[in-house]
Design a protein around this ligand. Structure first.
Ligand SMILES: CC(C)(COP(=O)(O)OP(=O)(O)OC[C@H]1O[C@@H](n2cnc3c(N)ncnc32)[C@H](O)[C@@H]1OP(=O)(O)O)[C@@H](O)C(=O)NCCC(=O)NCCS
Length: 381
């Protein structure tokens, strides 16, 4: 190939606005503030669907019949447990390690013991996709139990995906309202177009590497504070405001003056309110009224200050922080919960990539030095 493009202008920083694939999976309408999975608005899914049904919708492109959904739910339930070898490895992880590192490592480890490890055909990939969706909550709960010095709690077949996750964290059957809040949170986080972690998954899949490798890449990408890590950052900020006894608006101004980003605000695609934020705002308010109203109230004050100072709207991470905290979940599990949800989107994109694959291999514009003469180490002194 001729080297004519070497000096071509680079794409916008961070590939902003660059379209890298055609997709039928979800539509993120940044101008109108709309999110659609397979043609269905996020509001409709949040009010009527379950995470299991939404995952099946994402994977198949159509809402399942009752019988199809029951079969899918049974498949997920039967794949929830984690093998002894992987559980033993989790017990060996440092107790003070960040849970997203534990999740990333756990996903990779699951790939080594998967019965379809050496088969990357479409049927085997779908079986592995279902296992990943089923096992991620068990992985996160097992690490949470292990770092607290407690044995893992086996999944319960009679509980839905969200309720079972909450149950495996504590051993107590969750309040049905709390379980429904978690279920909707999982629906809201399940898929979001060509976000950074999904793109990472697709880049890995496009080399024809296996689905566990692709999801491991995605998990490592989600971990960053500019992506999934932002929800934990929001809670840290709220806890700090509370501990210091400062006014939330003053803390926001202080951060902005110091040139810091306020976590949970801004978005690459949405130029208006992220449509998931109002749903989470409602949960944060209701749960706050039932438990401790501090975090919701503080969140509203931070939001008002951000609106006044920068005119920037909250994203999905902002009210998910106070929602999860009110459910009694520790702040450093917020991003792993994001992964428990987003894995449905990741595996759907991996299947789509395999179905119509071409290696993803962009170029860099070289702006470095040229034509230097090598000087031997003897002469360099
Ligand atoms: C999401 C995010 C990474 C998008 O980044 P981006 O598209 O590259 O946008 P930029 O970081 O270039 O931001 C554009 C402008 O808005 C400002 N801005 C964006 N998000 C901000 C935030 N959370 N706090 C303060 N200022 C923010 C930037 O400082 C910049 O201002 P400037 O033009 O005066 O320099 C960015 O908004 C951010 O870092 N948010 C906080 C992390 C977060 O919540 N991530 C979760 C995303 S779902």
């Amino acid at each position: 190939m001729k080297e004519t493009t070497v000096t071509a202008q680079p794409q916008p920083a961070g590939l902003e606005g660059v379209v890298v694939a055609e997709s039928e999976i979800s539509f993120v309408d940044g101008a109108a503030g709309r999110l659609v999975y397979r043609g269905y608005s996020i509001e409709e899914l949040a009010s009527g669907s379950t995470f299991e049904e939404t995952s099946k919708l994402l994977l198949d492109g159509e809402l399942p019949t009752r019988a199809e959904l029951q079969m899918f739910e049974r498949a997920l339930v039967s794949e929830r447990a984690i093998d002894e070898q992987t559980l033993a490895a989790i017990r060996g992880y440092p107790a003070d390690v960040d849970p997203m590192s534990a999740l990333r490592t756990g996903v990779s480890a699951l790939g080594m013991v998967d019965p379809d490890r050496d088969d990357d055909g479409p049927e085997a990939t779908r079986r592995k996709a279902i296992r990943l969706i089923a096992k991620l909550p068990t992985l996160v709960a097992a690490f949470e139990r292990s770092r607290g010095g407690n044995p893992p709690i086996a999944p319960r077949a009679d509980l839905g995906h969200a309720a079972n996750f909450l149950y495996m964290l504590t051993g107590e059957e969750p309040d049905p309202d709390d379980a429904r809040v978690m279920d909707v949170c999982l629906i809201l986080h399940a898929e979001h177009g060509m976000n950074a972690s999904t793109f990472a998954a697709r880049v890995t899949a496009a080399t024809l590497s296996d689905i566990h490798s692709a999801v491991t890449s995605a998990a490592g990408t989600l971990k960053g504070p500019l992506h999934g890590g932002a929800n934990e950052g929001v809670m840290k900020m709220l806890l700090e405001i509370d501990a210091r006894g400062v006014a939330p608006a003053d803390r926001v101004r202080e951060m902005l003056r110091a040139g810091k980003k306020v976590m949970g605000f801004g978005h690459r695609v949405y130029k208006t309110m992220d449509p998931r934020a109002p749903i989470l705002r409602g949960f944060s308010k209701d749960l706050g009224e039932r438990t401790d109203p501090r975090w919701y109230r503080m969140s509203e004050e931070v939001l008002a200050a951000m609106k006044m100072e920068k005119g920037i709207d909250p994203n999905v991470d902002f009210f998910s922080a106070s929602t999860y905290y009110a459910l009694g979940i520790p702040a450093d599990l917020f991003t792993p919960i994001f992964a428990i949800a987003r894995v449905s989107g990741w595996v759907t994109h991996v299947e789509a990539q395999y179905a119509k694959n071409r290696l993803i291999r962009p170029r860099a514009r070289y702006v470095g030095k040229r034509d230097l003469r090598y000087i031997s180490i003897v002469d360099r002194g």
